[in-house]
Design a protein around this ligand. Structure first.
Ligand SMILES: NC(=O)c1ccc[n+]([C@@H]2O[C@H](COP(=O)([O-])OP(=O)(O)OC[C@H]3O[C@@H](n4cnc5c(N)ncnc54)[C@H](O)[C@@H]3O)[C@@H](O)[C@H]2O)c1
Length: 446
């Protein structure tokens, strides 16, 4: 405008200068009839036929639309029905979960969002888009319960399992669900997937199974964890390792805090598992420090619940199965060694809180309620069969004497604590065990 004005005033001056060329311009009556002619031409154009008014009204309508548009999208109920189309490239979702409001990921800002909500700040509950999550060992006991929770909250879940101890039956209820995939794969071999989060559980967890092929157990812990960390690095996914209270060995500190470095026999029959998990923790931390992978480490204490392997040598499943089969409950040693028992839903809540939180860990996840083996046997008798008897057998090598988690770190930083007591949890696994033992017996023609 200024330039135009300048230009027009220059023209005007040129017009004024014209007389000096010696020719007198003819008298123009028009300029008298239209005083606005003396104004710059552009201004003149704007003022004519109320054009200025129309422009101002246009600007007003436009800005009203842009101010109201985000709030209109909130009022539109269809916004929750149609989750945002997911990007196939992982983005950092921590902010989406951790605070009430979130900025949109780059993929959405740059046009991945096709429903036009990609502007401004939008409440997280509307924005919470589906995650694509891998659960290695997802057909196992803990893994299958974790899968249930992730599917229930609306995520896409890919289970990777070699079915060494896992069972298709544990995840069969998700078959046919388009948000669920099951891949038979051994984590010792690399795999390429595009996901946002990796829960790495694949590893036999009970002594019977991890001692069955100790070299394979080490391979699973070392090469399997390396492969999954490598994948996390490549695709920029969050990675959670399920480590174990076994990293504390036969502890000299009681209860065990995460700061305790453990008392582990490196050459014993359990070391394939204990040392394997310790190495997996080391690898996770080195990938974090060296490659910037966002890792989380959970140290899980004894957990029980439906879908545990029958006869896997773990004390709760042993006692429950024996009581149902009317066999004596086997107690190793004098039965005074203590353990804490966590119900599986508490563990799954803790794993998800850890993955979604901002802290790497390690975190103890367990129930601090402490029971001797004899006390546990008593609870099992009360719950299943009061006439059950107890049979004592010599203790196994390297069996820790005491195990009880200090969970104050998880309580403070993850706002998590177990809710289900042993007396509440045990009956919940009995029905599942009864059905499976019945089916097993039917299969054998009993
Ligand atoms: N349940 C517990 O009390 C407990 C305690 C401490 C730690 N943990 C850890 O939690 C995780 C899950 O334990 P769980 O109790 O569900 O055991 P589980 O044996 O029921 O599950 C392990 C799953 O991993 C799979 N798996 C094993 N090796 C694999 C491989 N090489 N490739 C692919 N899949 C493989 C198995 O088939 C199984 O489905 C394990 O990492 C375990 O070390 C469990």
């Amino acid at each position: 405008m200024k330039q135009l004005h300048k230009q027009s005033s220059t023209n005007h001056r040129r017009d004024e200068e014209m007389p000096s060329s010696g020719q007198t311009p003819p008298y123009s009556p028009k300029s008298l009839k239209h005083p606005t002619r003396s104004l710059p031409r552009s201004l003149n154009y704007l003022l004519r036929e109320q054009r200025l008014l129309f422009i101002l009204v246009g600007i007003l309508i436009g800005s009203t639309f842009f101010i109201l548009q985000p709030s209109l999208s909130l009022l539109n109920p269809s916004s929750t029905d149609h989750p945002h189309p997911r990007s196939h490239f992982p983005v950092n979702h921590e902010s989406v979960y951790s605070n009430g409001w979130s900025s949109m990921s780059d993929s959405y800002r740059s046009g991945g969002n096709t429903n036009g909500k990609g502007t401004g700040r939008v409440p997280a509950n509307i924005l919470r888009r589906r995650m694509r999550v891998v659960v290695t060992g997802g057909a196992g006991f803990v893994g299958s319960h974790l899968v249930d929770k992730l599917i229930a909250r609306g995520d896409d879940v890919i289970v990777i399992d070699n079915f060494f101890t896992g069972r298709r039956e544990n995840v069969m209820h998700h078959f046919g669900n388009p948000r669920f995939e099951l891949i038979r794969h051994d984590v010792v071999e690399p795999i390429l997937l595009e996901v946002d989060q990796i829960y790495h559980l694949a590893c036999p967890a009970s002594p019977v199974h991890y001692k069955y092929n100790p070299v394979k157990t080490i391979k699973t812990n070392v090469m399997g964890t390396l492969n999954m960390l490598g994948l996390a690095k490549r695709i920029n996914a969050k990675f959670l390792l399920t480590s174990t209270s076994e990293v504390y060995g036969d502890p000299l500190e009681h209860p065990q805090k995460e700061t305790y470095w453990g008392h582990v026999n490196p050459i014993g029959v359990r070391s394939c598992y204990d040392e394997g998990k310790r190495t997996a923790e080391t690898l996770s931390m080195d990938y974090h420090r060296g490659a910037g992978v966002e890792v989380r480490i959970a140290r899980i204490f004894n957990t029980y619940g439906p879908r545990m392997c029958l006869d896997d040598g773990r004390v709760v499943s042993n006692f429950v199965a024996q009581a149902i089969r009317k066999q004596p409950l086997t107690v190793y040693g004098d039965g005074k060694q203590t353990r804490s028992f966590q119900y599986v839903s508490d563990l799954v809540d803790g794993l998800v809180a850890l993955m979604e939180g901002e802290h790497i860990g390690p975190f103890n996840l367990g129930n601090p309620g402490e029971f001797t083996m004899l006390e546990l046997a008593q609870v099992v008798k009360e719950t299943i069969d009061s006439s059950a008897t107890i049979e004592f057998k010599p203790n196994t090598a390297d069996d820790p004497h005491k195990r009880k988690p200090d969970i104050s770190k998880a309580m403070e930083l993850l706002n998590w604590e177990p809710k289900v007591s042993l007396r509440e949890g045990l009956p919940r696994m009995v029905t599942d065990f009864r059905n499976r033992i019945l089916n097993e017996d039917e299969g054998k023609g009993k």
